[in-house]
Design a protein around this ligand. Structure first.
Ligand code: ADP
Length: 527
């Protein structure tokens, strides 16, 4: 590899690939951390939702407690016979509340009950036993009741659930309030958690959950589960919390469809895919830049070679001309025959010189896109024959067998005679330059499909398969074999190709190393 190209590759690697590699590695490493952070955020979010449901249920019962307290103050003022009717309408306002009891103190043996009518549905004990049961519960939860008293004294009414195995299907919430007489009153609300879930919590759960989550209230020991929606299947509850007001129940939440892990994994996968894609694009970009730079560097190199090749080609005829003209000038040539020979060398070298200069001029015109073509009706055979005639003597002198084979059926076609002739001359020049021991050149015309063609065949050194396409590139010269002995500028075939393109034709090459080459110029019969 060329030094400049090597340097550019190093710069590219340092400037683009290295930072990209660092970025990629960093990104992959931080994916794990990101996953953790995202997982935590999701879990916090779920926690917040659970918290809000808990808060809501507590707000509801707290509101009930206030209203019950007001009611109890009223009941005290009522006549005995008015009470049952009032109590019935009161309970209708609190779905799932089926019992209220009131005690003056922990050891109160005169516990008042409101709503006893429904007891058979909920309690396994009869009324005579119920006050004992409540009494026992209060005694058992003495510590908690005392705490409630302390809170109340501090001016704060708190609601606390108590454990009550003996109360089937009911959860008990205690709170303490002051009576209008200034004494304290322990009030217990007995609530059916299932009813509460169905009638009070259900709408709230649905509102919070919407389509994204599934929220459930469940009691594992009783095999009870209520879901905010029946439309979704949930593999398992992802996160759960105790329900504050019913210690035996829990609320759980799950993402519908996807679990948090699924989501995080999916995100991580997308990220890695994106990073991978980015890396591929970067590598591709670097590769394209590298290719272009390499091409440019090679072209620059080839151009400088071209300049030295051309100067070399110009120098040979120039030095011959100056040498022979000087000899003639000094009158050192004695015989007329010798003089004639020298004049003819001078004229043929001058010819060669003008040919080289012409081809360079044509090439630069072609490069600038300024070369113009003049298409006229012509006989391809005539053009080929003219080239053949002008070369015949010269080649035979050099020991070549030079043949022309014409296909007389070729019709008149529209071509730029001068340009086509130049193309054939270039091919013949090459055939001469690149012939080794077997000096045999043939110009052949013919027809093929919708094309007329003229081809130049030699039995020379041939062209390696890998170079057969490249030789039509400007400045390109085959670098293997004994080519370095032959002078050239590398523009001849690119001119031929250009001329054929202008004719909407093509150049076809058949060549085998050591056996020779055939360059075929195909020109469309009708344009
Ligand atoms: P140059 O001035 O080098 O001859 P060309 O563009 O005419 O430039 O040709 C390009 C290269 O193709 C030559 O350098 C030579 O290597 C190869 N080439 C062209 N014609 C022939 C041929 N008839 N036989 C073998 N090699 C050829």
């Amino acid at each position: 590899m060329n030094k400049t190209v090597k340097r550019i590759v190093v710069i590219l690697i340092i400037l683009i690939l290295l930072p990209a590699a660092f970025l990629t590695i960093n990104e992959v490493i931080s994916l794990d951390q990101n996953e953790e952070v995202i997982g935590r955020i999701y879990s916090n979010q779920l926690d917040a939702i659970l918290y809000s449901v808990n808060q809501y249920s507590e707000d509801v019962v707290s509101n009930w407690a206030s209203r019950i307290d007001l009611f109890l103050d009223e009941v005290d003022k009522l006549k005995e016979e008015e009470i049952p009717g009032m109590v019935d309408s009161f309970y209708n306002e609190f779905p799932s509340l089926f019992m209220i009891f009131i005690a003056d103190s922990i050891n109160d043996d005169n516990i008042a009950l409101l709503g006893w009518d429904e007891k058979d549905k909920y309690f396994s004990v009869d009324q005579s036993h119920f006050d004992i049961l409540i009494n026992n519960l209060l005694v058992k939860n003495k510590g908690l009741v005392k705490r409630l008293f302390t809170y109340k004294q501090a001016g704060y009414r708190k609601l606390e659930p108590i454990e009550a195995d003996t109360v089937e299907d009911g959860s008990i919430l205690l709170f303490i309030e002051e009576t209008p007489q200034g004494t304290k009153r322990i009030t217990g609300m007995v609530i059916d958690p299932k009813e509460f879930t169905y009638r009070i919590l259900s709408p709230k759960l649905q509102e919070v959950a919407q389509q994204e989550f599934l929220i459930s209230v469940f009691n594992t020991s009783e095999n009870f589960q209520f879901n905010s929606s029946r439309d979704f299947k949930v593999k398992e509850v992802q996160q759960s919390k105790a329900l504050w007001i019913f210690p035996n129940y829990k609320i759980g939440i799950s993402l519908v469809g996807q679990t948090i892990e699924d989501l995080v994994k999916q995100r991580a996968l997308t990220n890695i895919l994106l990073i991978g894609l980015l890396t591929v694009v970067l590598i591709l970009g670097v590769w394209i830049v590298y290719r272009n730079i390499k091409k440019e560097v090679e072209l620059a190199q080839i151009k400088s070679e071209f300049v030295s090749n051309v100067s070399h080609e110009l120098r040979t005829p120039l030095s011959l001309i100056s040498m022979f003209s000087e000899t003639l000038e000094m009158d050192r040539v004695k015989t007329d025959e010798k003089k004639k020979e020298y004049y003819s060398i001078i004229s043929s070298e001058a010819n060669r010189l003008s040919k080289i200069v012409n081809s360079i001029l044509n090439f630069s015109k072609m490069e600038a896109g300024k070369r113009q073509f003049n298409f006229v009706d012509s006989y391809l055979n005539d053009v080929a024959e003219n080239v053949y005639r002008s070369y015949k003597f010269h080649l035979e002198q050099k020991g070549f067998t030079f043949n022309l084979t014409k296909d007389e059926t070729i019709p008149i076609i529209k071509i730029d005679e001068e340009a086509v002739s130049e193309a054939i001359v270039n091919l013949v020049d090459n055939a001469v330059k690149y012939s080794d021991n077997k000096k045999e050149i043939t110009i052949r015309t013919g027809k093929e499909n919708n094309f007329a063609y003229v081809e130049v065949e030699d039995k020379g050194i041939g062209i390696p398969e890998k170079d057969q396409k490249k030789i039509f590139d400007k400045f390109f010269r085959v670098s293997s074999g004994n080519i370095h002995n032959v002078k050239g500028s590398g523009i001849g075939l690119s001119i031929v190709k250009y001329i054929m393109d202008a004719h909407k034709g093509e150049v076809r090459l058949t060549s085998k190393i050591e056996e020779g080459s055939i360059f075929k110029l195909l020109i469309p019969l009708s344009r």
